[in-house]
Structure formats: structure tokens, C-alpha cells
Ligand binder design. Structure first.
Ligand code: NDP
Length: 231
């Protein structure tokens, strides 16, 4: 079974849909219960899907969501850390209010970290786990150098998420728990905008692939279109 954060809309909803189509039972994590229920209902014809209230910035919410998932399914095979926000449009590193940076890191970095810590005991016990961190090309180190300081909080949160991916993968190197990051490309969602190059189906493909990796699959990597990319 798979737990997807921020699955009520956008890329997360499509990741949930593709995982259900591949036979996974899926928990649709959503900080807004109503829109989570709506998403789960829309996917219910495809397979077993349940909505779960989940705000990744709230430790108690993370704990409740993972406990409820384990109570219902007894395991968590895949965690897709998809939830993310971008609230620094038009800002620059030299002037951005640091509470914006703090809020962004809390959702995009610490959210994925909280979720990973919450599911790892179960993954260790069952000796199987896949953690997928949905990052961004905007967080690549080479992209930072060309950024003119734009989207500083968002970029930094994704660079840090990449680093967290490497740290966790290194710690789990002897276990059957594969942790990887992925950049979905520029995708038509509320965040990406209507002019983006890719559909949600294209954006969800690599995260879904990483969530279903075989035991000898890659670990501690970053992938776009199922191919390794630079950090
Ligand atoms: P959307 O803005 O469409 O969706 C973001 C999702 O994250 C929503 O479900 C939102 O919930 C949820 N979310 C935000 N904050 C929290 C929180 N604190 N707790 C739980 N859920 C939360 O974005 P996308 O679908 O485009 O983005 C999905 C992921 O892909 C993000 O991590 C993003 O950074 C990444 N990405 C997207 C790109 C693109 O071009 N679209 C490019 C590169 C990366 P709610 O509905 O309640 O707001």
C-alpha cells in the first residue's frame, strides 16, 4: 500500500491514481479533508482508496495519519512525499522575509522528514520500503548558480530535500528501504500554471516508478523521466 501526501490535487492526485491502477491500496493525504474525500471518491472506482486528513507541517497530524494507515493496512510499502508549496514568487534571496523561508522549509523539507521518520519504524519491521521525495529542478545546485537569487525559499527547500534524500539513503544502505528524489519537470498544476510543458500524467510517471522499484533498484539518487540527473 502507498501513502501519498498532498494527493487531493495536482501531481499528487495523479500519483495516487497511477498507483491505484497498478494495484496499490492508496491513502490520499490531504490537509483539507473535504477535498481529500472528493479525490478519494473520484478514484474509488479504480481500486481501494481512502482519504486521510494530513498536514505535513503538524507533527500531531503526521502521527495520526501514519497510525491510522497502519491500523487499517498493517503496513506502509511506499511513501510519496509530494506535498509542497511555493510562496516566494518574485522574491530574491537578498531581501526575502525569513519567515517565508521558515514556512517553506517547514512544509517542503521538514514535512517530508517528519513523514519519513513516522513511517520508517514500520518499513524497518516489514523489511521493505520505498520513499520518494518529489523535488524540483529548481533546487539543483547548478540551477542555483544561474538563479539570480530567484524563488530563494522554494529552491533551498528542494536542495535541502535532495540532501535529506542522500542522508536517509546512506543511513538505510543495508536495508531494503530505497529512498530517492525526483524532479517531475514543469507540470500543468496550480503551482506549475496552465502554460507548463507537461501533463500531470507525465509528471507522475517517475515518482510512481520510484515508489514501485524492485529490491535491486537504485537508492539515494535523483531522477527525471526515469533517468538519473545531477544534484
Ligand atoms: P499543487 O500546488 O497543485 O499541489 C500541491 C499539493 O501539496 C496540494 O495538494 C496541497 O494541498 C499540498 N500541500 C501543500 N502544503 C501542504 C501541507 N502543509 N500539508 C499537506 N499538504 C500540503 O502543486 P503540484 O501538484 O504542482 O506539486 C506537487 C509537488 O511537485 C510539489 O512538491 C512541487 O514542489 C513539485 N513540483 C512541481 C512542479 C510543477 O511544475 N508543477 C515542478 C517541480 C516540482 P492544498 O490543496 O490543501 O493546498
Amino acid at each position: 500500500m502507498a501513502l501519498v501526501t498532498g494527493a487531493n490535487r495536482g501531481i499528487g492526485l495523479e500519483i495516487a491514481r497511477q498507483l491505484v491502477r497498478r494495484g496499490y491500496r492508496v491513502v490520499v493525504g490531504s490537509r483539507d479533508s473535504q477535498s481529500g474525500e472528493k479525490a478519494a471518491t473520484a478514484l474509488a472506482g479504480v481500486g481501494e482508496v481512502v482519504a486521510q486528513a494530513l498536514d505535513v507541517t503538524e507533527p500531531a497530524s503526521v502521527e495520526r495519519a501514519v497510525s491510522a494507515t497502519l491500523e487499517r493496512f498493517g503496513r506502509v510499502d511506499a511513501l510519496v512525499n509530494n506535498a509542497g508549496m511555493l510562496i516566494d514568487e518574485g522574491m530574491r534571496a537578498s531581501t526575502i522575509a525569513l519567515d517565508n523561508v521558515q514556512r517553506t522549509l517547514d512544509a517542503n523539507l521538514l514535512g517530508a522528514w517528519r513523514m519519513s521518520q513516522a513511517v520508517l519504524p514500520a518499513m524497518r519491521k516489514q523489511r521493505y520500503g520505498r520513499i520518494v521525495n518529489v523535488s524540483s529542478g529548481m533546487g539543483m545546485l547548478s540551477a542555483l548558480a544561474e538563479s539570480s537569487g530567484s524563488w530563494p525559499a522554494y529552491r533551498l527547500s528542494k536542495t535541502a530535500l535532495n540532501a535529506l534524500t542522500i542522508l536517509l539513503a546512506s543511513e538505510l544502505s543495508g536495508e531494503n528501504i530505497l529512498v530517492n528524489a525526483t524532479s517531475p519537470g514543469w507540470v500543468r498544476t496550480r503551482m506549475g500554471g496552465a502554460g507548463a510543458a507537461r501533463s500531470v500524467e507525465e509528471g507522475a510517471d517517475t515518482p510512481v516508478w520510484l515508489a514501485m522499484l524492485p529490491d535491486d533498484g537504485p537508492r539515494g539518487g535523483s531522477f527525471e523521466d526515469r533517468k538519473p540527473i545531477d544534484w
